[in-house]
Design a protein around this ligand. Structure first.
Ligand code: NZQ
Ligand code: ZN
Length: 380
């Protein structure tokens, strides 16, 4: 086992109707709120009216920034930060999926400084304070609600980059599984795939830790058992609850206890597909993971076989494990080849160039240009 520090300051409010506590939770931070949300799903579901009416009735003043897109962009983060700065907001309220919460994290550290938000991503700037962030999660997938990470695209620089520090944890996150009942089937499946991929990134990281391995396997098994049931019954609260809990646990730190790093090479490669072709995040992972596993099968054979054997409760070789994992992704309707996302083979060279430019790599399994080429050829 590796030495580790456990730190997670986010207060999680999980369960039916937890939103009744939202206004009183915001109050200690102040009454001027910057509300961030996405393309309109919260208006359609009625959540927007519910939050706005509640806050208005309790004397909050709300400034809104809407239109955060899936695979969020740095321009929106800069614009939202400028708006928040101009209005002197006391607290940020992010209502949405990972894209909205990630953007809000960077807005929270960008408001106090007169600098481009991208400066945090390329290491030119370290935040020393943040406007408090409270999140209301509407999509189970990324774990952003209980971690410090934010992933944002900069198309000018040609990078989908990540940033996180102790200041970018949400102060509070509200998770009512009922708010995810409206998530469409495709994004529900991408969320299930994403949480499984987060567990895999931990599994293939650095550090041997049997207890944490068991936790990882338990989370993936939960997702593999209840994910397909949920996809057959999208309005089932109990299944939504199980997947929402699993998604938070998959990336809130516990899967990393006893490891010095995860791998994250698949995420790094997947971000290139999202950047170039706007592939939804979860879909980028189901495309890259089988290819990455096949590429590293000779070097990671025992570890892959151990994972497959634990997940499917039967002795499996590494090759059989990879086939089973790929079949699972396919069975929940996720793409496992880039062509299934409508991207043709001509994209190969541009993907390769972007991987080189983005310095795609893993914390454990190091990759170079020849690895990129082989992995691309396996998933095209
Ligand atoms: O924009 P709206 O209209 O809200 O629609 C969204 C969006 O189109 C919709 N949606 C969300 N909640 C809904 C809903 N539709 C109906 N009912 C609801 N209740 O779903 C679509 C996808 O939303 P998005 O926030 O983009 O999805 P997700 O939560 O998967 O976030 C993806 C982003 O998170 C990053 C990804 O790279 C990607 O940019 N990640 C963040 C991580 C983190 N912070 O720790 C780790 C992850 O590995 C990942 O990289
Ligand atoms: Zn992910």
């Amino acid at each position: 086992m590796e030495n580790f520090t456990a730190y997670n300051p986010t207060t999680l409010h999980f369960g039916r109707n937890v939103l009744t506590q939202l206004a009183e939770t915001l109050r200690p931070f102040g009454t001027r709120v910057l509300l961030l949300y996405g393309g309109g799903s919260i208006k359609k579901s009625g959540l927007y009216d519910r939050v706005m009416n509640d806050l208005a009735a309790r004397g909050f003043s709300v400034t809104e920034f809407s239109g955060i897109r899936s695979n969020p962009i740095i321009e929106d983060v800069d614009a939202a930060a400028a708006l928040g700065r101009d209005h002197g907001v006391d607290v940020i309220l992010a209502v949405g999926g990972g894209s909205v919460i990630d953007s809000a994290k960077i807005v929270s550290v960008a408001i106090p400084v007169q600098r481009a938000a991208w400066d945090f991503f390329d290491g030119q700037l370290k935040p020393d304070r943040a406007i408090p962030l409270v999140a209301v999660l509407t999509l189970a997938a990324t774990g952003s609600e209980m971690n410090p990470f934010a992933v944002v695209s900069n198309h000018t620089r040609g990078i989908k980059g990540a940033f996180g520090c102790p200041l970018t944890f949400p102060k509070h996150s509200f998770l009512d599984p009922a708010l995810t009942l409206t998530v469409p089937k495709d994004y529900t499946a991408f969320g299930i795939a994403d949480l499984i991929a987060h567990c895999f990134e931990a599994w293939f990281g650095v550090g041997e830790t049997t207890l944490t391995d068991r936790i990882v396997v338990a989370i993936v098994k939960e997702a593999m058992e209840y994910g397909p049931k949920l996809l057959d019954d999208l309005h089932n609260y109990e299944y939504r609850e199980k997947i929402m809990f699993a998604a938070t646990m998959a990336l809130n730190g516990v899967t990393m206890y006893g490891r010095s790093s995860g791998d994250w090479g698949v995420h790094s490669a997947g971000h290139v597909l999202s950047l170039l072709h706007d592939v939804p995040h979860g879909a980028s992972l189901t495309i890259v993971y089988p290819a990455w596993l096949r590429h590293f099968r000779d070097r990671l054979g025992d570890r892959i076989a151990q994972l497959g054997t634990a997940l499917f409760d039967t002795p499996l070789t590494a090759a059989e494990s990879i086939d089973r994992i790929e079949s699972f992704f396919r069975s929940i309707g996720c793409p496992v080849r880039l062509s299934e996302q409508g991207v043709a083979g001509e994209a190969r060279e541009a993907i390769l160039r972007s991987m080189i430019h983005s310095r795609v790599n893993g914390g454990h399994m190091k990759m170079q240009a020849e690895d990129y080429e082989k992995i691309i050829d396996l998933y095209l």
